[in-house]
Design a protein around this ligand. Sequence first.
Ligand SMILES: [Zn+2]
Length: 90
Amino acid sequence: MAFIGWIVRILAVLILVRMVLRLFSGGGTRRATARSTRAPATREGGRLVRDPHCGTYVPVTKALRSGNGDSAVYFCSDACRTAWATRKAG
Ligand SMILES: [Zn+2]
């Protein structure tokens, strides 16, 4: 029964690999520090604003603004801003 011999050998290798991996991963202390460095993902460009024309969400730093203060509207592109202004006027 060479087949069973192979299974036993494969299982032994798997157990050995798992032991080695556990050694390399270290104790719980190293994992705790790795977890603490993973801060909540802050989106690139900060706050997201919605383009009222096409509905796309754009980072406020990359968006094109129209108007000021509370009436400010943000667009993903100049084409959207123009189209929205045209639609609003018409
Ligand atoms: Zn748009």
